[in-house]
Design a protein around this ligand. Sequence first.
Ligand code: PYC
Length: 321
Amino acid sequence: MQTIQTIDSHTGGEPTRIVVAGGPELGNGPLTDRVARFRDENDHIRSAIINEPRGSEVLVGGLLVPPHEQDCDFGVIFFNNTGYLGMCGHGTIGLMVTLAFQNRVTAGKCRIDTPAGVVEAEMLDDHRVRVQNVESWLYRRAVPVDIPGHGTVTGDIAWGGNWFYLSEDHGQSLSSGNSAALTAFGLRVRAALEAAEITGAGGGVIDHIELCGAPEHPDSNCRNFVLCPGGAWDRSPCGTGTSARLACLAAEQQLAAGDTWRQESILGSVFEGSWQPSEATATAAAGPVITPTIIGSAWVTGETSLLLDPSDPFRFGIPAG
Ligand code: PYC
């Protein structure tokens, strides 16, 4: 019987399952190499952890691994129902409360190695976490795409640790009761981008669609709906999506460095974002390269031993279909 120890949390409503013991052995080397090993040799374990009957398409997993970068304290590889994520903002907040629950982090910053680069995170109290994300930047502004049966929408393409298409002229109601229609619309936008061969820089697949609109809470600046790669919608305001949004705001001079941007999800959960100029360069950037910071809150919800019984026909989960 294979046993995998996990700790579950949610960040603004979006669940994270961190594998703290019993996960696949991926050896050493840069995290990009280890993701490839996870994908090529252990993808059935990703499915066992995330998919039904143990999980669902909403869940994001994180495999805690030793870091490759010498100055990092931890390494993490995030994954979901269909594959792997470069970075995950809500997941990093979930990882921090998980590590705090295990008494593995105290006051002060820790550095976390991810496949998209090194991020810094810090507990602000028992639940609030500040994450300094990877460098983020706008790639293309106001890119039109024709959605069959709907018409043309325009959106910015930006990197926030994953590739995003961020649209404001989508015409959809960003209310929590409208999640099924928003998901269906997001899938149509993603399919239209793919059909039109619109990508991120270097052919990067735009696998996150972010629909932005007016907030409901008077203290917020914006409300968003984010469709994730596996077809689920992010219950949180999406950390990498907020980072991509900050890069667009910086490029359009709508938010000054150091000012706070409050981004709410369709559930009303809020991330506070801000940015600082980065010294890093991105040759394809259509605006400044920024270092985004996100603050959000997470709570531990469970501590589980996942059991993979060799006689169970669904021990490796039911693949997303
Ligand atoms: O918070 O970055 C994020 C994220 C990505 C996918 C789901 N959440």
